[in-house]
Ligand binder design. Structure first.
Ligand code: DX5
Ligand code: ZN
Length: 213
């Protein structure tokens, strides 16, 4: 199981120092928003490039943008290890998965809370990651949406039945309590922003999320 602190809740004026406070996490989650697919603007490839020399952590890049096929290459060049795009934003998901793999990065698909697992089923065999949004994408600090658990269970079942090997990641409203339930449902990556970055002892909070105190 991997923890992916979302730097959306970090202090942007001192990102490199804030990253050092979550060193025990395997991944860093980078939320990219375009003010179009979601009503907020955040990080571009310049920021990814700026923080890349400060850590060896895996950069889990969550593109909440329209036309991800136009931008994925810039993020990979800047240092992203995985590119996750939204199923709601592309006409030909398989072509984009292949293009991301061709560029030597891991490929993920994310689904908004109201999007059914069935919409990503045709692509599961090719994916490295499925990201279940457990809040409406756009902002940190929202409350976990319960139907996410059924989606995680369904993705875990399909993975087992077909021998797929994607990670199942869950993003939004993760805290000690929701983390436990997501892990029981089959999640393998927990994304957490405000819960980690607003806590006093971030490393202890990460340990707590792993259920290992
Ligand atoms: C929301 C982002 C999340 C967000 C999670 O659109 O995709 O990654 O940072 O924040 P918390 O953990 O505070 O819900
Ligand atoms: Zn995210």
């Amino acid at each position: 199981m991997k923890i992916a602190p979302s730097i959306l809740s970090a202090d942007f004026s001192r990102l490199s120092e804030d990253i050092k406070t979550v060193k025990s996490a395997e991944w860093l989650h980078i939320d990219v928003m375009d003010g179009h697919f979601v009503p907020n603007l955040t990080i571009g490839p310049l920021v990814v490039n700026a923080i890349r020399p400060h850590t060896n952590q895996f950069f889990d890049t969550h593109l909440m943008i329209a036309e991800p096929e136009k931008y994925y290459q810039e993020f990979i060049a800047a240092g992203s290890d995985a590119i996750t795009f939204h199923i709601e934003t592309v006409r030909d998901p398989k072509a984009l998965i292949d293009a991301i793999h061709q560029a030597q990065a891991k490929a993920g698909i994310s689904l908004k809370p109201k999007t059914e697992v069935a919409s990503v089923e045709p692509y599961l065999a090719d994916l490295d990651l499925v990201l279940v949004m457990s809040v409406e994408p756009g902002f940190g600090g929202q409350t976990f949406i319960e139907n996410s658990l059924e989606k995680i269970e369904r993705l875990a079942k399909l993975k087992l039945e077909h021998g797929y090997d994607y990670d199942i990641s869950v993003d939004g409203g993760i805290n000690d309590e929701t983390a436990k339930r997501c892990l029981c449902a089959g999640a393998t990556v927990l994304v957490a922003g405000s819960y980690i970055f607003k806590s006093k002892d971030r490393e202890k909070t990460i340990k707590g999320l792993r259920n290992d105190r």
